[in-house]
Every structure is written in structure tokens, then in C-alpha cells.
Design a protein around this ligand. Structure first.
Ligand code: NDP
Length: 307
């Protein structure tokens, strides 16, 4: 297709100011503008975080997220719309966030932060604090996120195993298990960290059985998508002591409803789907888009193509 006008949909404002991205892309050979819903029909291509039905009349949609579960793949295919995503850019950001969760649990920082709100000077029990070297983490999903997590945790001395669709080894992981052996892989880990995309296959992958399989002193971390986890089963597991705690960046319903019991649990860290945020986000997305505009002009296949 011929690219004549590229829109930056104003929904990206939940992650960065749309004008930062249009400025970054100002040197492209086509006009790039911030657009609202009304202007979608004037664009061949749109960079966005949300889906709009009007995108089905475009040629190319680029998601600023790696997770594209909110886009209707079948309809895109039917209407010959190309969908690309932003996998590849979240390794360090999410890796550092996950390292932060683990350090919080081991060094008890989340408890101190909570107590500070009430000016309470409370030291932990003698056996609560620990250090990370020698602890074990099982990372479920060994793509961009999984590798970033493995690299950051590896540098903190954590022993990292991975779960992926094949058994092929991945740099940074001491051992790899195939999806079928998920329960064996998570059974001994002190930290279980979820980094898979949400698909029909991974929907509610973590259910009551999975939490029952985990160690009672284990922490569960979800930086993937809320629906990879059966959230009521997770809440039961936390309440019954089947697992020790959790760090959750994503939820079945976002924002997490005020009445959710997860907000008040001492050993639960809630973050607002912010694990990948960075002031450089628009730059990272901009570079991906530049690459694909270059490929389009050179008549080469797009990178990060999903549909
Ligand atoms: P990648 O495509 O790079 O990696 C996906 C990994 O999951 C691969 O290792 C893949 O296996 C594995 N996998 C296991 N089961 C499946 C399955 N049924 N279908 C597809 N893959 C499977 O993705 P990213 O690491 O970039 O992102 C992963 C997900 O994390 C995103 O889809 C998104 O939902 C979420 N995310 C969340 C963010 C946040 O802010 N919290 C930020 C960025 C992403 P194999 O290696 O065998 O192919």
C-alpha cells in the first residue's frame, strides 16, 4: 500500500504525550499528525493503544503495546489490515520492575512504605528479611519480557528457569521447560513470574491447581495480562496461605476495582499496569515505526507483524 498519512491516535496519551511521537517522526517522508476518532478515515496508517472499528478501513495499525489481545485479528484479516505490535522494547523496563518487586519482598520495602503512611516504626520479624542470591525464579514466557526479567534477576544472583512452547534453550535461563511441564517447572520456584501473551491457550493458565502446586512460601508475579490468571483463584490462594504473596501489574478488570481485596493484603504489591512505562517510551515506539516505514518503502516485509 502507499503510505500517505500516518496518524498518532490520541489514545496513546495514557502512555506518553502524542505530540512527542509526532515530533520524533517528523523526518519521515509522510505527514504524521495527532488524530482523534474523526480523522481516522483520513489516514492509511495509525499508531494507537486502543482499538476502533474505523481502523478496519486503514491499511496498517501499529499497537504501542506488545499485547494485542484487544484487537480483533479475524476482522483485521478479513479487511486486509496489517497489525504490528511493540514487542522487543520492554525487556529492561519490565525486568527492572520485576527486580523491584523481588527486592521489595526480600528486603521488606513494601511493608515499610505502607507503615510510613501512618508514621509507624515497625521492624520485621527476625526471619522475614532475606537476600536474593541463590533463590529460584520460574519465568513463564521467554520472549522479550521473559529475557529482560531473566537478565535483570540473573544479575542479582537469582537462578532462573523458563517455560516456553518448545524446549529450546534461551540465553539467561539455566533451564527451559516446555508449556506441558508448567506445573513441574513452578513447583519448586520461590518466585513464579508470568510473561506470556494472553491467547485462548494462556487464558486462566494460572488457576487453583497451579497455585496449589506452588510452594507455600512462593511469590507470584504477573506482568503479562490479567486474564492469564484466574483472579478469584489467586485471591483464594493468597487468603488460604497456599502462596505467600504476589506482585500484580495487570488485572482482569483495570483499573482494579476499589472493593478488590488485593488492595489491602500485606504481601501483595499492586501497580497500575505501569511495569513497562518509561520517559523513553515514545522513542522506542518511534524507532519501531521508522523501521517499518523504511521497510514499506523498500518493499520489504514488516517486522513485529501480528496480522
Ligand atoms: P514475546 O512474543 O516476545 O514473548 C512471548 C513468550 O511467550 C514466548 O517465549 C512464547 O513462547 C511464550 N508463549 C508461551 N505460550 C504461548 C502461547 N500460547 N502463545 C504465544 N506465546 C506463548 O512477547 P513479549 O515478551 O514482548 O510480551 C509478552 C506479553 O507481555 C505481551 O503479550 C503483553 O500481554 C505483556 N506485556 C505487558 C506489559 C506491561 O506493561 N505489564 C508490557 C509489555 C508486554 P516461544 O518462545 O516458544 O515462542
Amino acid at each position: 500500500f502507499d503510505l500517505e498519512r500516518l496518524g498518532v491516535h490520541d489514545s496513546v496519551a495514557s502512555v506518553f504525550p502524542p505530540a512527542e511521537l509526532t515530533d520524533f517522526l517528523a523526518d519521515l517522508s509522510v505527514p504524521v499528525d495527532v488524530i482523534g476518532d474523526d480523522e481516522i478515515p483520513d489516514c492509511d496508517a495509525v499508531i494507537t493503544i486502543e482499538h476502533r472499528d474505523a481502523f478496519l478501513e486503514c491499511d496498517w495499525i501499529h499497537s504501542i503495546q506488545a499485547g494485542v489481545d484487544r484487537f480483533p485479528f479475524d476482522e483485521f484479516e478479513e479487511h486486509d489490515v496489517i497489525l504490528t505490535n511493540s514487542t522487543g522494547i520492554h525487556d529492561r523496563t519490565v525486568g527492572e520492575t520485576v527486580a523491584g518487586y523481588l527486592l521489595s519482598f526480600s528486603r521488606r520495602l513494601h511493608g515499610y512504605a505502607a507503615n510510613q503512611q501512618d508514621r509507624r516504626w515497625v521492624r520485621p520479624e527476625w526471619d522475614e528479611a532475606f537476600t536474593l542470591p541463590g533463590t529460584t525464579a520460574c519465568v513463564v514466557g521467554t520472549g522479550t519480557l521473559g529475557r529482560g526479567v531473566a537478565e535483570t534477576l540473573g544479575s542479582l544472583g537469582v537462578q532462573v528457569t523458563g517455560v516456553r512452547r518448545s524446549e529450546e534453550s534461551v540465553p539467561g535461563f539455566d533451564e527451559i521447560h516446555p508449556n506441558e511441564d508448567l506445573h513441574t517447572a513452578i513447583a519448586d520456584a520461590e518466585f513464579v513470574i508470568v510473561t506470556v501473551p494472553l491467547t485462548d491457550e494462556t487464558h486462566h493458565l494460572f488457576d487453583a491447581d497451579a497455585f496449589e502446586t506452588m510452594r507455600e512460601d512462593a511469590y507470584f508475579v504477573n506482568v503479562a495480562r490479567g486474564s492469564v490468571v484466574n483472579q478469584p483463584a489467586l485471591i483464594d490462594a493468597l487468603e488460604s496461605g497456599a502462596i505467600r504473596g504476589a506482585a500484580l501489574d495487570v488485572f482482569e478488570e483495570e483499573p482494579l476495582p476499589e472493593e478488590s481485596p488485593l488492595w489491602e493484603m500485606d504481601e501483595v504489591i499492586v501497580t497500575p499496569h505501569s511495569a513497562a512505562l518509561t520517559r523513553d517510551y515514545f522513542r522506542d515506539v518511534g524507532e519501531l515505526v521508522e523501521t517499518n516505514v523504511g521497510r514499506l518503502e523498500a518493499d520489504e516485509a514488516f517486522t513485529n507483524r501480528v496480522v
